[in-house]
Write a protein of this length. Structure first.
Length: 300
């Protein structure tokens, strides 16, 4: 069945007159007659019958008219959905965000995305960067937001902002009573992420490079939201994003242990698979982060 023939059929049926339909459609009467003949041959039945100088629908024709209107509506809806999909306004995005970034970034990002594309759905995964990168590499995530120290093969990164990770302690920690040195940090135990997390590897390597033992980890965790309270109530040191001190509970409970050697400068980036498929919706999210990502952090 030709959709153009179906459109001609609907116009003829509504006007009940072949000549008037020809004028409205700017087609010749013979062309419309052939169109109706094609439909009737494909369906194996008559669609019109003569009624004086006019024509009217057969019972089959009435059924086709009703179904045809619904079909045309479905086509119009499909065209709109395809356009919206192509423009990134609909679809599902599997987004991963580093735990250290999630609290400060995701509320603003989600609000801005849904304002721009109200029909988009999100599946959010919050984890440490090692888990996120493995999920992205395996195709379980479309996009991740993660701190980055060096470029990694297989990923394309779009920088959002520069960031620092620092050693932090309880505001009342005894380490602040005297001079702060790298060797002095070895006297205390730590709460840190697992050994495959980028920040953990970096802080371990700082001590190794200075011929000192790596931090003695008493608590290993991926629960970043737990850290401010945990650090505040113990003498454990930790290594965390500077935002932990700048916003939220960490602002009053924690202090930076200022030491140039243990200040890690890194870039917070949006990462996608270099050779992977990126849906229009996911692409729209990446564009939004490239455009406004730094502002989302500054709005806290």
């Amino acid at each position: 069945m030709d959709l153009r023939d179906l459109t001609y059929f609907e116009t003829i049926a509504e006007l009940g007159h072949l000549g008037r339909a020809a004028e409205k459609l700017n087609r010749s009467q013979p062309a419309l007659t052939k169109s109706i003949q094609r439909l009737e041959e494909s369906l194996g039945t008559r669609l019109f019958q003569r009624d004086g100088r006019r024509i009217k629908l057969t019972e089959v024709g009435k059924l086709l008219l009703a179904r045809g209107k619904q079909l045309q509506l479905n086509i119009a809806e499909t065209e709109r959905e395809v356009r919206d999909f192509a423009n990134g306004l609909v679809g599902n995005i599997r987004l991963g965000c580093a735990a250290s970034m999630a609290e400060h970034l995701l509320p603003h990002l989600t609000a801005a995305l849904l304002e721009r594309a109200p029909e988009v759905t999100l599946k959010l995964s919050i984890a440490q960067d090692d888990v996120l990168k493995e999920s992205l590499r395996a195709g379980r995530l479309d996009v991740i937001i993660s701190p980055q120290i060096t470029a990694e093969p297989g990923f394309t990164a779009y920088p959002i902002l520069e960031d620092e990770a620092i050693v932090v302690a309880s505001a009342e920690h005894p380490i602040f009573a005297g001079p702060i040195t790298l060797q002095g940090l070895c006297q205390y135990r730590w709460v840190l992420a697992g050994p495959t997390v980028t920040a953990r590897r970096w802080i371990d390597n700082v001590f190794i490079a200075n011929h000192l033992p790596t931090p003695q980890v008493q608590v290993e965790t991926n629960a970043i939201s737990l850290l401010p309270r945990l650090i505040a109530r113990t003498r454990l040191l930790s290594f965390a994003a500077r935002e932990t001190l700048a916003y939220g509970l960490g602002r009053s409970w924690l202090r930076e242990v200022p030491l140039a050697q243990t200040t890690m400068r890194r870039t917070v980036s949006v990462l996608v698979r270099t050779e992977g498929y990126l849906s229009p919706a996911a692409g729209a999210l990446v564009d939004l982060l490239k455009e406004k990502g730094q502002r989302f952090f500054e709005d806290n």
